[in-house]
Design a binder for this molecule. Structure first.
Ligand code: NAI
Ligand SMILES: O=C(O)C1=N[C@H](C(=O)O)C[C@H](O)C1
Length: 248
């Protein structure tokens, strides 16, 4: 591969895709070789080494199958990946030679640290709930970040031998107690004026701990997108979580 990483953006007309294309153009070690959006033929992705995929949950698995079949590595920010879809992608990636795919539920460093800290705190608190707040144009709920956080917390609780979170609710016809991801309550708020925010609230007898992260602008995701591109070209196979490339 040449020293300059050739990059294509799929979903380039979107909020994140347009920002990612700008970030790639500004990176001295990368060349933007293609911008693709809905209805475009992906073909050989403009000769890209890496595709950055930022579309919608329904389109992402098909776009990834195409990238992998073309031998093009990918950095995926699109959320809504279920365990089943991930398993299919893993088998496609494993069957390809030398292709790397990163699925990153969140690219911002603060969000990665918030998830790490929540994973650490999980063992020490009987109660925990995740509250995510996003702009009202978001099509999926809960957010990928909230789901990733809840799974990490659930793992930490299991390792510590903690059982279910205490909750005496018997009647909840309107779903006021929110969703459960791996047993962890998750609440999704959609609000004009917000971008991407999350609070993890922990409680024990007589005390509370809140870990909060805020992305006020999408530029907060761009250093992570570029780190993903630089690492995925030398990391064959499927990686879930940018934290794996940062030693977190
Ligand atoms: N991992 C992270 O840190 C972040 C992830 N996201 C995720 O990125 C995704 C995109 O978010 P936004 O940019 O806000 O959405 P958006 O709606 O602004 O952009 C999506 C773009 O994808 C295009 N698109 C739809 N179907 C397509 C297809 N089949 N092929 C090519 N392009 C297609 C749309 O036309 C649109 O331009 C979402 O899943 C969101 O959750 C968003 C922010 C940060
Ligand atoms: O749609 C968004 O905006 C975001 N999506 C990601 C998610 O679902 O976690 C990451 C970030 O929260 C912004």
């Amino acid at each position: 591969m040449s020293e300059t990483i050739k990059v294509a953006v799929i979903g380039a007309g979107g909020r994140m895709g347009s920002e990612a294309a700008k970030a790639v153009e500004a990176a001295s070690d990368m060349e933007l070789v293609g911008r693709f959006d809905v209805g475009d033929e992906l073909g050989d992705l403009g000769g890209a080494d890496v595709a950055i995929e930022l579309t919608v949950p329904d389109a992402s698995p098909g776009n990834l199958a195409h990238c992998v079949a073309q031998g093009v590595s990918a950095v995926v920010g699109t959320t809504g990946w279920t365990e089943e879809k991930l398993a299919t992608l893993r088998s496609q990636v494993d069957a390809a030679d030398g292709v790397g795919v990163l699925i990153a539920p969140n690219f911002s460093i603060g969000a990665l640290l918030m998830m790490k800290f929540a994973r650490e705190a999980a063992a020490f608190y009987e109660s925990v709930e995740v509250v995510e707040i996003h702009h009202p144009n978001k099509v999926d709920a809960p957010s990928g970040t909230a789901a990733h956080t809840a799974r990490a917390i659930a793992e930490g609780r299991r390792e510590a031998g903690l059982g279910d979170v205490p909750d005496a609710t018997e009647h909840d016809p309107d779903g006021a107690r929110g969703a459960r991801v791996d047993g962890i309550p998750v609440h999704a708020i959609r609000m004009r004026g917000r971008v991407a925010h999350q609070e993890v609230q922990f409680g024990a007898e007589g005390e509370a701990l809140t870990i909060r992260h805020d992305s006020f602008e999408r530029v907060s995701f761009m250093p992570g997108v570029l780190t993903g591109v630089r690492n995925v070209v030398t990391t064959p196979g499927l990686t879930v979580g940018l934290e794996n490339f940062l030693g977190l």
